[in-house]
Write a protein that binds this ligand. Sequence first.
Ligand code: E4P
Length: 288
Amino acid sequence: MRPKNLNTRIFLDGGDPDETKEGIRLTGFIDGQTTNPSLIAKNPVARRRMEQGEKFTKTEILSFYRDVVRELYTLIPEGSISVEVYADSSTTADEMLKQAKEMFSWIPNAQIKLPTTHEGLKAAEQAVKSGIRINMTLCFTQEQAAAVYAATKGARKGDVFVSPFIGRLDDKGENGMDLISNIIKMYKNGDGHVELLTASVRNIDHHLYALKLGSDIVTSPFKIIKEWAERGLPIPGNDYTYDPKNLKPIGFKDIDIAKSWQDFDISHELTDRGQAKFASDWNSLIKE
Ligand code: E4P
């Protein structure tokens, strides 16, 4: 059962509907799901097929992704399900938008993931105008979150998510959870149209601290959802403190979110690296 005092939506981060079924059984609820190309490549059916040496054609892999997403929709019909476009360093905003339109038609509750790059933001600006709900992925800085806010001004609350990747910042020795609190603080000066989705969750403390900070959404892999359920779905109270261990703090920046999105420096090496990895995991599934 969903705890009464839970103010954060809980999403499952994965590409295997069996995990979603089990996650729902363990917790009694799951509010939504996020997928990405690497998670789809890890889907057990796709993996079995690859192990047999049978790659997909471009059309087959897209219909495979669509079938997975449709199954997720039957499990979480009222929630939001994030579906990610293919993008590499040469993909244009128009190409992303074309994919976004197609993927948005797959299920009634799709949320299209676009990278927080220049082309991704250009596509986002157009997508929200066409009524496509989006989730801006691979966000690693407060500037990128400010640009997401600025590029999507006028969108309805719930139509835009921004996904800061906590675990990947931790991997670099920086305290990823600081980025969550910094964005929450910065967005207090705004109209609330962008929802914050804590992503790249690696351990139960990321999950719990996201609840404590009041992240709108947290997306956690199955093993964290399972651990949270086994602990009795705790919601951290005032006595909870997050231990950043030896991670370097990320300081808050006083950023004016009223500026236009092109005025922000949105570059980050982890965004570029993350985009390249999603593209190569996707391409590894496809026949030459
Ligand atoms: C979900 O939206 C993200 O794609 C995912 O959380 C990334 O997680 P990772 O950094 O563990 O790959």
